[in-house]
Structure formats: structure tokens, C-alpha cells
Ligand binder design. Structure first.
Ligand code: ATP
Length: 285
């Protein structure tokens, strides 16, 4: 195969708890990650030499700090690839949103290079390689829905049986993930009931999911940015069964029981917040 084009899906966190800290200062998580039908498009192509990267967005770095480039470098070195690679990225996922936009591009490059260079790697081999450049990359390679623990890299696949549609809203503010974790007082906050969320997801019960879900990182971001609480409230007013911030924010999502309700809420929310990126999407199972 000379080239391939892949969809790199964004994720939301249907609940995020911090359960402790490692000796070297990382926070230990318990979260449910769910891919949504919002994606970047990546084309990977064999080239004579070098890692040649192009992107249609100015919001992402185009040097070797881009996770797509990092992933290509890692693959080239790890598997002794002698040829070069062209990577072209069509960016649709909002940047620095708490939706793993960079990690999913890195994961897609790993999957794409495995195909294009006939490496024959198993999913586990790709995961073991990918984790070296980011804790969210294993989930982005595995896809679908999963419980993530450790620093996000320990995965258990989840069969999401819930009729679920999401409404994504990313306000035009920048939240620093490092700042959020530094400021978090994880021992003092109210913890979500992640086991109830997981039970709800497996049983297809939106009621259990909503009753259990919470994101401890909201304790930092919601007190700093009113817009996050405002968006959450608007989502509920517009018919969402539940609403939460994803990851370290600032993206907020609402969970809807059907597509029609999510689509009509999308229209209303766009009118209410013209500066906010708003999109109704399904989930990837
Ligand atoms: P996460 O949910 O994993 O914390 P995020 O959605 O909050 O990630 P990203 O969209 O991955 O954040 O962007 C974080 C930073 O990563 C950006 O500010 C950008 O400089 C850098 N970055 C590197 N590669 C990419 C990429 N391919 N797409 C987007 N951002 C990238």
C-alpha cells in the first residue's frame, strides 16, 4: 500500500475522577473515555525521505512538537523504516479543548504507518509504542469506549450499550491542563461515582450514567470561567439528560437520548453562543 487516509476521532470523558498521585507527581485517574463522531482526516503516504508534514490549520504546530510528527519519528526509529513519509492533516477537532485532538492524530499516524509500511503490528504492539509519546494515545489507538486508569494509559474496553447522542461546545478560552492539575485539591473535592457510570454504560442506562457522572477538574475550571457553568446549564435547559466538562476543559458536552433532540439543541445553542464551537455528534462504538 502506498498511502492511506484515516479518520482520527475526538473523545469526551464521561466522568473523570482523580484517585491519587504517583511518587513522581502524576495524578492517578479513573475515567470513561468515549470517542465521538468528530474527527480530523489524516493522509499517510510513502515518500523518498524525511517526515514531511502539512496541515490546513494555523492553530497547531507544524514542527516536530506536533504529535503526528512525533509519532512518525517514533515509528521510523522503532521499526527501522528506511523510507520517508508525507503526512497531511485536515484539522476539524478544536485545539486544546480536552478532546485529545493531538493524541488522536498521533494514534492515526501509528495506525496508518503500520498499514502503509506493511509492519504487521498487533494493536497491543502499536499501543506499547504509542504510550511513549502520550498517555492518551493507547485509548486513541484502541478507540470506542473504555475505562482508563493509571495516568490514562491502563485501559479496559467497555461495550457502550446506551442510546446516546452528544452535543459538544468548546468556548473560545484557553485552559492550561498543567494549571488545572496543579490547582486541583483532589482530596477535598466531591468524587463522582465512576462505578455507577460504568454500570450504566454497560446496561444502557442513561439514568445511572447521569446519576454517577462528574468531573473533579470542574472544581478548578468552573470557578475560573463562568462560561463553563453557563454552557452546562444551557445544555440541560435544552433537554440534555446530563452535562459535563470533558477532560481538563474547556469543552462541555451534553448527553441526549436521541439525535433529533441533540440536533435541535445544537441549533439553539449556536444562536445563544455565536462564538462557541457547537456540534451535535453520535458516538463511535
Ligand atoms: P487532551 O484531551 O489529550 O488533554 P487537548 O484536546 O486538550 O488534549 P490538544 O488539541 O491535543 O489538546 O492540544 C494541546 C496542545 O498540543 C496544543 O496547544 C498544540 O500546541 C499541541 N499539539 C501538538 N500536536 C497537535 C495536533 N496534531 N493537534 C492539535 N494540537 C497539537
Amino acid at each position: 500500500m502506498d498511502s492511506c487516509t484515516l479518520k482520527a476521532y475526538a473523545k469526551i470523558n464521561i466522568g473523570l475522577d482523580v484517585t491519587g498521585r504517583t511518587d513522581n507527581g502524576y495524578h492517578l485517574l479513573k475515567t470513561v473515555m468515549q470517542q465521538v463522531d468528530l474527527y480530523d482526516v489524516i493522509t499517510i503516504e510513502r515518500a523518498e525521505k524525511g517526515i514531511n508534514f502539512s496541515c490546513d490549520s494555523k492553530d497547531v504546530p507544524s514542527d516536530d512538537t506536533n504529535l503526528a510528527v512525533k509519532a512518525a519519528k517514533l515509528m521510523t526509529e522503532t521499526y527501522g523504516i528506511k523510507e520517508g513519509v508525507n503526512i497531511s492533516l485536515n484539522k476539524n477537532i478544536p485545539v486544546a479543548a480536552g478532546m485529545a485532538g493531538g493524541s488522536t492524530d498521533g494514534a492515526a499516524v501509528i495506525i496508518g504507518m503500520n498499514k502503509v509500511f506493511d509492519l504487521d503490528l498487533t494493536m497491543q504492539e502499536m499501543i506499547d509504542t504509542g504510550v511513549k509519546i502520550g498517555a492518551d494515545i493507547p485509548f486513541c489507538i484502541q478507540g470506542g469506549c473504555a475505562i482508563a486508569e493509571g495516568i490514562g494509559e491502563k485501559l479496559r474496553e467497555l461495550d457502550n450499550r446506551t442510546e446516546m447522542y452528544t452535543l459538544i461546545a468548546k468556548p473560545p478560552i484557553n485552559v492550561s491542563t498543567v494549571h488545572v492539575y496543579k490547582t486541583l485539591k483532589w482530596q477535598e473535592v466531591i468524587h463522582p461515582d465512576m462505578d455507577r457510570v460504568i454500570k450504566g454504560i454497560m446496561a444502557g442506562s442513561m439514568d445511572d450514567i447521569v446519576a454517577g457522572m462528574g468531573n473533579v477538574l470542574e472544581s478548578v475550571t468552573c470557578s475560573e470561567y463562568d462560561i463553563i457553568n453557563e454552557l452546562k446549564k444551557s445544555m440541560l435547559d435544552l433537554g440534555a439528560s446530563g452535562s459535563l466538562m470533558s477532560g481538563s476543559g474547556p469543552t462541555v458536552f451534553g448527553l441526549f437520548k436521541n439525535k433529533e433532540e441533540a440536533m435541535s439543541a445544537e441549533k439553539r445553542l449556536k444562536d445563544l453562543y455565536p462564538d462557541v464551537f457547537v456540534k451535535a455528534t453520535g458516538i463511535i462504538r
